[in-house]
Design a binder for this molecule. Structure first.
Ligand code: OGA
Ligand code: NI
Length: 348
Protein backbone atom coordinates (compact mmCIF):
# COMPACT_ATOMS: atom_id res chain seq x y z
CA UNK A 1 0.00 0.00 0.00
CA UNK A 2 1.26 3.44 -0.84
CA UNK A 3 2.41 5.46 2.11
CA UNK A 4 0.24 8.45 2.82
CA UNK A 5 2.09 11.77 2.55
CA UNK A 6 3.67 12.73 5.85
CA UNK A 7 1.65 15.32 7.61
CA UNK A 8 3.58 18.35 8.76
CA UNK A 9 3.50 18.24 12.51
CA UNK A 10 2.88 21.12 14.88
CA UNK A 11 6.33 22.41 15.93
CA UNK A 12 7.78 22.03 19.41
CA UNK A 13 6.42 24.43 21.95
CA UNK A 14 8.81 26.90 23.54
CA UNK A 15 8.26 25.17 26.85
CA UNK A 16 9.64 21.95 25.35
CA UNK A 17 12.75 23.79 24.17
CA UNK A 18 13.25 25.07 27.68
CA UNK A 19 12.78 21.65 29.21
CA UNK A 20 15.58 20.43 26.95
CA UNK A 21 17.71 23.02 28.68
CA UNK A 22 19.53 24.34 25.66
CA UNK A 23 21.64 27.39 26.35
CA UNK A 24 21.30 28.93 22.91
CA UNK A 25 17.79 29.22 21.53
CA UNK A 26 17.28 27.65 18.09
CA UNK A 27 18.36 29.77 15.16
CA UNK A 28 14.81 30.63 14.06
CA UNK A 29 14.15 32.43 17.36
CA UNK A 30 17.14 34.72 17.09
CA UNK A 31 16.68 38.29 15.88
CA UNK A 32 19.60 39.24 13.70
CA UNK A 33 18.78 42.89 13.21
CA UNK A 34 19.29 45.51 15.85
CA UNK A 35 15.66 45.31 16.85
CA UNK A 36 15.94 42.83 19.63
CA UNK A 37 15.07 42.90 23.24
CA UNK A 38 16.56 45.79 25.09
CA UNK A 39 15.46 45.45 28.65
CA UNK A 40 16.52 48.68 30.27
CA UNK A 41 14.35 51.15 28.36
CA UNK A 42 12.65 53.99 30.26
CA UNK A 43 9.48 53.33 32.17
CA UNK A 44 6.36 55.15 31.02
CA UNK A 45 3.52 56.07 33.28
CA UNK A 46 0.68 55.01 31.01
CA UNK A 47 -2.33 57.19 31.88
CA UNK A 48 -4.70 55.65 34.42
CA UNK A 49 -8.39 56.05 33.62
CA UNK A 50 -11.10 55.36 36.17
CA UNK A 51 -14.01 53.76 34.31
CA UNK A 52 -16.49 54.66 37.05
CA UNK A 53 -15.62 58.34 36.73
CA UNK A 54 -16.18 58.15 32.96
CA UNK A 55 -19.86 57.57 33.40
CA UNK A 56 -20.62 59.77 36.37
CA UNK A 57 -21.84 63.22 35.42
CA UNK A 58 -19.78 65.47 37.72
CA UNK A 59 -16.48 63.83 36.80
CA UNK A 60 -16.90 62.60 33.32
CA UNK A 61 -15.62 65.61 31.32
CA UNK A 62 -12.26 65.46 33.00
CA UNK A 63 -11.96 61.68 32.76
CA UNK A 64 -13.03 61.65 29.11
CA UNK A 65 -10.33 64.17 28.37
CA UNK A 66 -7.80 61.90 30.05
CA UNK A 67 -8.99 59.03 27.89
CA UNK A 68 -8.84 61.06 24.68
CA UNK A 69 -5.40 62.31 25.46
CA UNK A 70 -4.12 58.81 26.35
CA UNK A 71 -5.48 57.23 23.19
CA UNK A 72 -4.22 59.93 20.88
CA UNK A 73 -0.68 59.86 22.26
CA UNK A 74 0.11 56.38 23.63
CA UNK A 75 -2.87 54.54 22.22
CA UNK A 76 -3.42 52.83 25.55
CA UNK A 77 -4.41 53.35 29.16
CA UNK A 78 -4.61 51.46 32.43
CA UNK A 79 -8.28 50.96 33.30
CA UNK A 80 -9.15 50.89 36.98
CA UNK A 81 -12.52 50.68 38.69
CA UNK A 82 -13.67 48.47 35.83
CA UNK A 83 -16.10 46.45 37.89
CA UNK A 84 -14.09 43.22 38.07
CA UNK A 85 -12.86 42.38 41.53
CA UNK A 86 -9.21 41.91 42.24
CA UNK A 87 -9.88 38.41 43.48
CA UNK A 88 -11.62 37.45 40.25
CA UNK A 89 -8.66 38.72 38.23
CA UNK A 90 -6.45 36.55 40.40
CA UNK A 91 -8.65 33.56 39.66
CA UNK A 92 -8.26 34.16 35.94
CA UNK A 93 -4.50 34.32 36.42
CA UNK A 94 -4.55 31.22 38.55
CA UNK A 95 -6.44 28.96 36.12
CA UNK A 96 -4.23 30.20 33.29
CA UNK A 97 -1.11 29.26 35.21
CA UNK A 98 -2.61 25.92 36.17
CA UNK A 99 -3.28 25.16 32.53
CA UNK A 100 0.27 25.96 31.40
CA UNK A 101 1.62 23.94 34.34
CA UNK A 102 -0.15 20.78 33.16
CA UNK A 103 2.00 18.00 31.71
CA UNK A 104 2.71 18.48 28.01
CA UNK A 105 0.74 15.37 27.09
CA UNK A 106 -2.40 16.84 28.66
CA UNK A 107 -1.97 20.25 27.03
CA UNK A 108 -1.39 18.53 23.71
CA UNK A 109 -5.00 17.38 23.78
CA UNK A 110 -5.85 20.98 22.98
CA UNK A 111 -3.17 21.47 20.31
CA UNK A 112 -4.00 23.68 17.41
CA UNK A 113 -4.21 22.16 13.98
CA UNK A 114 -1.30 22.80 11.66
CA UNK A 115 -3.01 25.46 9.59
CA UNK A 116 -5.10 27.21 12.23
CA UNK A 117 -4.34 29.42 15.18
CA UNK A 118 -7.13 28.23 17.45
CA UNK A 119 -5.97 25.99 20.29
CA UNK A 120 -2.71 25.39 22.16
CA UNK A 121 0.67 25.84 20.54
CA UNK A 122 3.10 28.41 19.29
CA UNK A 123 3.75 30.41 16.11
CA UNK A 124 2.68 28.96 12.82
CA UNK A 125 5.74 28.64 10.64
CA UNK A 126 4.92 30.34 7.39
CA UNK A 127 8.31 31.05 5.89
CA UNK A 128 11.94 30.13 6.35
CA UNK A 129 12.91 33.72 7.14
CA UNK A 130 10.38 34.07 9.95
CA UNK A 131 11.74 34.81 13.41
CA UNK A 132 9.63 33.01 15.96
CA UNK A 133 8.21 34.43 19.17
CA UNK A 134 9.34 33.01 22.51
CA UNK A 135 5.85 32.20 23.68
CA UNK A 136 3.31 29.40 23.86
CA UNK A 137 -0.34 30.30 23.63
CA UNK A 138 -3.80 29.06 24.08
CA UNK A 139 -5.97 30.84 21.58
CA UNK A 140 -9.76 30.60 21.92
CA UNK A 141 -12.72 32.29 20.27
CA UNK A 142 -15.00 33.26 23.14
CA UNK A 143 -17.66 35.30 21.29
CA UNK A 144 -20.01 34.91 19.54
CA UNK A 145 -20.89 31.90 21.61
CA UNK A 146 -21.88 29.66 18.71
CA UNK A 147 -18.36 29.98 17.34
CA UNK A 148 -16.74 28.56 20.44
CA UNK A 149 -14.83 25.37 19.66
CA UNK A 150 -15.05 23.62 22.96
CA UNK A 151 -12.64 20.89 21.98
CA UNK A 152 -9.90 23.47 22.53
CA UNK A 153 -11.26 24.65 25.90
CA UNK A 154 -9.35 23.02 28.74
CA UNK A 155 -11.31 20.78 31.08
CA UNK A 156 -8.50 21.02 33.55
CA UNK A 157 -8.24 22.97 35.80
CA UNK A 158 -11.86 22.24 36.41
CA UNK A 159 -12.89 25.87 36.85
CA UNK A 160 -11.26 27.01 33.61
CA UNK A 161 -14.29 27.06 31.32
CA UNK A 162 -16.63 28.74 33.81
CA UNK A 163 -14.10 31.38 34.69
CA UNK A 164 -13.41 32.19 31.07
CA UNK A 165 -17.12 32.38 30.37
CA UNK A 166 -17.62 34.70 33.31
CA UNK A 167 -14.64 36.84 32.36
CA UNK A 168 -16.02 37.19 28.82
CA UNK A 169 -19.33 38.52 30.13
CA UNK A 170 -17.54 41.06 32.29
CA UNK A 171 -15.36 42.19 29.41
CA UNK A 172 -18.38 42.67 27.15
CA UNK A 173 -19.67 45.25 29.60
CA UNK A 174 -16.31 46.98 29.81
CA UNK A 175 -15.99 47.05 26.02
CA UNK A 176 -19.31 48.82 25.71
CA UNK A 177 -18.38 51.39 28.35
CA UNK A 178 -15.03 52.06 26.70
CA UNK A 179 -16.35 52.31 23.13
CA UNK A 180 -19.05 54.74 24.24
CA UNK A 181 -16.56 56.82 26.17
CA UNK A 182 -14.17 56.87 23.22
CA UNK A 183 -16.95 58.33 21.07
CA UNK A 184 -18.03 60.81 23.69
CA UNK A 185 -14.47 61.96 24.26
CA UNK A 186 -14.47 63.14 20.63
CA UNK A 187 -17.85 64.84 21.03
CA UNK A 188 -19.53 62.20 18.89
CA UNK A 189 -22.78 60.31 19.43
CA UNK A 190 -22.30 57.68 22.14
CA UNK A 191 -23.09 54.77 19.86
CA UNK A 192 -21.07 55.61 16.79
CA UNK A 193 -18.12 53.28 17.43
CA UNK A 194 -20.38 50.68 18.97
CA UNK A 195 -22.49 50.58 15.77
CA UNK A 196 -19.41 49.72 13.74
CA UNK A 197 -18.55 47.07 16.27
CA UNK A 198 -21.89 45.31 16.09
CA UNK A 199 -23.96 43.19 18.41
CA UNK A 200 -22.44 39.88 17.35
CA UNK A 201 -18.85 41.04 17.61
CA UNK A 202 -16.01 38.59 17.92
CA UNK A 203 -13.88 38.28 21.02
CA UNK A 204 -10.81 36.09 21.00
CA UNK A 205 -8.78 35.25 24.06
CA UNK A 206 -5.08 34.65 23.78
CA UNK A 207 -3.43 33.21 26.87
CA UNK A 208 0.28 33.90 26.55
CA UNK A 209 2.94 31.93 28.35
CA UNK A 210 6.48 33.29 28.14
CA UNK A 211 8.96 30.76 29.53
CA UNK A 212 12.27 31.90 30.96
CA UNK A 213 14.63 32.58 28.10
CA UNK A 214 18.39 31.94 28.26
CA UNK A 215 19.14 34.83 25.87
CA UNK A 216 16.74 37.75 26.32
CA UNK A 217 19.22 39.90 24.42
CA UNK A 218 18.64 37.89 21.23
CA UNK A 219 15.04 36.75 21.46
CA UNK A 220 11.66 38.47 21.77
CA UNK A 221 8.51 37.20 23.48
CA UNK A 222 6.44 38.87 20.76
CA UNK A 223 7.98 40.88 17.97
CA UNK A 224 6.86 44.44 17.29
CA UNK A 225 3.27 44.62 16.05
CA UNK A 226 0.09 46.62 16.41
CA UNK A 227 -3.15 44.76 17.11
CA UNK A 228 -5.79 44.20 14.44
CA UNK A 229 -8.63 44.63 16.90
CA UNK A 230 -10.78 47.65 17.75
CA UNK A 231 -9.53 47.43 21.30
CA UNK A 232 -7.46 44.84 23.16
CA UNK A 233 -7.89 44.20 26.87
CA UNK A 234 -4.78 42.83 28.51
CA UNK A 235 -4.52 41.23 31.91
CA UNK A 236 -0.87 41.50 32.74
CA UNK A 237 1.21 39.20 34.86
CA UNK A 238 1.00 40.35 38.45
CA UNK A 239 4.72 40.53 39.03
CA UNK A 240 6.73 40.14 35.86
CA UNK A 241 7.09 42.99 33.37
CA UNK A 242 7.78 42.48 29.70
CA UNK A 243 5.52 44.64 27.59
CA UNK A 244 6.93 47.69 25.82
CA UNK A 245 5.25 50.36 23.70
CA UNK A 246 6.85 52.40 21.00
CA UNK A 247 6.41 56.14 20.69
CA UNK A 248 8.44 58.46 18.47
CA UNK A 249 10.82 55.58 17.65
CA UNK A 250 11.63 54.99 21.33
CA UNK A 251 10.66 51.95 23.38
CA UNK A 252 9.12 52.36 26.83
CA UNK A 253 8.33 49.66 29.34
CA UNK A 254 4.90 49.37 30.85
CA UNK A 255 4.58 49.21 34.62
CA UNK A 256 2.32 46.69 36.31
CA UNK A 257 -0.77 47.81 38.15
CA UNK A 258 -2.04 44.45 39.28
CA UNK A 259 -5.71 45.39 39.63
CA UNK A 260 -5.82 47.28 36.31
CA UNK A 261 -6.64 46.11 32.82
CA UNK A 262 -4.35 47.53 30.19
CA UNK A 263 -6.49 48.60 27.25
CA UNK A 264 -4.99 49.56 23.92
CA UNK A 265 -6.63 50.56 20.68
CA UNK A 266 -6.04 48.38 17.66
CA UNK A 267 -5.88 49.29 13.99
CA UNK A 268 -9.66 49.25 13.57
CA UNK A 269 -10.16 52.01 16.14
CA UNK A 270 -7.46 54.02 14.42
CA UNK A 271 -9.43 53.66 11.17
CA UNK A 272 -12.79 54.50 12.74
CA UNK A 273 -11.35 57.56 14.48
CA UNK A 274 -9.73 58.70 11.22
CA UNK A 275 -6.32 58.50 12.83
CA UNK A 276 -7.04 60.45 16.01
CA UNK A 277 -6.58 57.36 18.16
CA UNK A 278 -3.24 55.67 17.58
CA UNK A 279 -2.91 51.92 17.30
CA UNK A 280 0.40 51.57 19.11
CA UNK A 281 3.28 49.34 18.08
CA UNK A 282 4.29 47.15 20.98
CA UNK A 283 6.46 44.12 21.73
CA UNK A 284 7.24 41.75 24.56
CA UNK A 285 10.75 41.13 25.84
CA UNK A 286 11.78 37.96 27.63
CA UNK A 287 13.85 37.47 30.74
CA UNK A 288 16.06 34.73 32.07
CA UNK A 289 14.85 34.81 35.67
CA UNK A 290 11.12 34.32 35.61
CA UNK A 291 8.33 33.11 33.38
CA UNK A 292 5.52 35.51 32.54
CA UNK A 293 1.83 34.90 31.85
CA UNK A 294 -0.72 37.30 30.34
CA UNK A 295 -4.18 37.16 28.82
CA UNK A 296 -5.04 39.34 25.85
CA UNK A 297 -8.64 39.61 24.68
CA UNK A 298 -9.13 41.07 21.21
CA UNK A 299 -12.43 42.79 20.46
CA UNK A 300 -13.17 42.57 16.76
CA UNK A 301 -16.19 43.88 14.85
CA UNK A 302 -18.83 41.56 13.53
CA UNK A 303 -17.43 40.17 10.28
CA UNK A 304 -20.22 41.49 8.03
CA UNK A 305 -19.76 45.08 9.13
CA UNK A 306 -17.70 47.48 7.07
CA UNK A 307 -15.60 49.85 9.07
CA UNK A 308 -14.46 53.30 8.04
CA UNK A 309 -13.82 56.70 9.61
CA UNK A 310 -17.04 57.76 11.31
CA UNK A 311 -19.06 60.58 9.74
CA UNK A 312 -18.55 63.15 12.43
CA UNK A 313 -14.78 63.10 12.00
CA UNK A 314 -14.57 63.73 8.27
CA UNK A 315 -15.30 67.08 6.71
CA UNK A 316 -13.84 69.58 4.28
CA UNK A 317 -11.00 70.59 6.51
CA UNK A 318 -10.21 67.07 7.75
CA UNK A 319 -10.23 64.63 4.83
CA UNK A 320 -10.78 60.94 5.33
CA UNK A 321 -7.46 59.11 5.74
CA UNK A 322 -8.63 55.47 5.58
CA UNK A 323 -10.65 53.39 3.17
CA UNK A 324 -13.74 51.38 3.94
CA UNK A 325 -12.63 47.93 5.13
CA UNK A 326 -14.37 44.63 5.71
CA UNK A 327 -12.89 41.61 7.47
CA UNK A 328 -9.83 43.57 8.46
CA UNK A 329 -8.45 40.65 10.43
CA UNK A 330 -7.91 38.60 7.24
CA UNK A 331 -6.02 41.47 5.63
CA UNK A 332 -4.16 41.92 8.88
CA UNK A 333 -2.70 38.41 8.78
CA UNK A 334 -1.73 38.62 5.11
CA UNK A 335 0.22 41.81 5.72
CA UNK A 336 1.68 40.68 9.01
CA UNK A 337 3.06 37.54 7.41
CA UNK A 338 4.86 39.66 4.85
CA UNK A 339 6.36 41.81 7.58
CA UNK A 340 4.33 44.87 6.57
CA UNK A 341 2.14 47.05 8.76
CA UNK A 342 -1.44 45.99 8.07
CA UNK A 343 -2.83 49.47 8.66
CA UNK A 344 -1.00 50.61 5.52
CA UNK A 345 -3.54 48.57 3.52
CA UNK A 346 -6.26 50.85 4.82
CA UNK A 347 -4.55 54.17 4.24
CA UNK A 348 -5.70 56.33 1.36
C1 OGA B 1 -0.63 40.40 22.18
C2 OGA B 1 0.26 41.21 23.05
C3 OGA B 1 1.24 41.54 25.22
C4 OGA B 1 1.65 40.78 26.44
O1 OGA B 1 -0.97 39.26 22.60
O2 OGA B 1 -1.00 40.91 21.09
O3 OGA B 1 0.69 42.25 22.61
O4 OGA B 1 2.18 41.44 27.34
N1 OGA B 1 0.52 40.75 24.29
O5 OGA B 1 1.48 39.57 26.49
NI1 NI C 1 -0.49 42.92 20.87
Amino acid sequence: MAESPRKESVPKTVQELVINGEQLPPENYIHKDSDRGVLDVPLVEIPVVDLALLTSLPTRREELEKLRSALSTWGCFQAINHGITHSFLDKVREVTKQFFDLPMAVKRKYSREVDSIEGYGNDMILSKQQTLDWTDRLYLTVNPQHQRRLKFWPESPEAFRDILDDYTIKLEIITEVVLKAMARSLNLEDGCFLEHYGKRATMTARFNYYPKCPRPDLVLGVKPHADGSVITILLQDKEVEGLQFQKDNQWFRVPIISEALLINVGDQAEIMSNGIFKSPVHRVVTNSERERITLAVFCIPESEIEIEPVDGLVNESTPRLYKKMKNYVDIYFQYYQQGKRPIDAAKI
